[in-house]
Design a binder for this molecule. Structure first.
Ligand SMILES: [Mg+2]
Length: 262
């Protein structure tokens, strides 16, 4: 048993919410803005997308990931060298990279907004909590201040949480900074404490906090948990098990509440 941290910061996708159905559908719609949607045929595509989705850091990469699958980039290459594959795909456009990224981001956010506008209930139903909502409410109430830290638009996470009737102290979306180290620093400044527990399903993000701790000792106090149930790979879970600072958090331990997390 350990004391509850003063701030509990949780990633949204892959920690609180399984939005895989929505990612796939929104990614297909956004893909159609850049490539012919007729190339998306094939029943295996959705399963392949689900399988390699853990490599994605930000939503705008998802239409590119689909493109990589459509153009038959091998699974091993995607899992091991996604940033390289992604950058090669970005270079296939005749415009500067920042413009392509902005366009992809706008396309994805746009199809989401259109979907919500046209069929809000269907969009909300494409997102599922990993645990029963009463359990989630209890776990989130385990710390005096609970924040959702997400690379998606905060507005989208807020809508889903509102539908689930789950309240948190705040939501730091991508409008509040693309890098979660920045988000964590800001929460520390706002709340006046460095006593933070951070749950995330992307190992690289946790490793980034470890690396940033060398320059900012405040981050060295953050307790880091990799959510084993989220969009992780076997390699990431194995790395977390060996890591001196990162802890692998199982869904069973998550359900027991923050004081049960080792
Ligand atoms: Mg995540």
């Amino acid at each position: 048993m350990s004391a509850a941290p003063e701030i509990l910061a949780l990633d949204f996708d892959g920690v609180l919410c399984d939005g895989m159905r929505e990612y796939y559908e929104s990614s297909c719609r956004a893909y159609g803005h850049f490539w012919s949607p007729s190339t998306l045929r094939g029943r295996a595509l959705q399963q392949q997308f689900r399988d390699v989705r853990p490599v994605v850091m930000s939503g705008w990469e998802m239409p590119l990931l689909l493109r990589a699958l459509v153009t038959r980039v091998r699974r091993g290459a995607l899992l091991r060298t996604w940033p390289t594959v992604r950058d090669e795909l970005l270079n296939t456009f005749d415009v500067p990279r920042p413009d392509v990224v902005a366009r992809l981001r706008d396309a994805l956010d746009g199809v989401r907004r259109d979907w919500i506008w046209a069929r809000a209930d269907e969009w909300l139903a494409a997102h599922r909590p990993y645990v029963a909502l009463e359990t989630l409410a209890r776990v989130l109430a385990g710390s005096s201040r609970t924040f959702v830290v997400t690379t998606k638009e905060g507005e989208f996470a807020r809508r889903i949480l509102a539908r689930w009737n789950i309240s948190v102290t705040g939501v730091a979306g991508k409008e509040a900074g693309e890098h979660k180290c920045e988000n964590l620093r800001e929460l520390m400044t706002t709340c006046g404490t460095t006593d933070v527990g951070f749950v995330e399903d992307r190992l690289e993000t946790l490793q980034c906090v470890v690396n940033c701790s060398e320059r900012d000792p405040r981050l060295a106090d953050v307790r880091l948990f990799l959510a084993a149930w989220g969009y992780t790979t076997g390699a990431a879970r194995a790395a977390a098990r060996r890591h001196p600072r990162i802890r692998l958090l199982t869904l069973a331990a998550f359900r027991r509440g923050v004081t049960a997390w080792e």
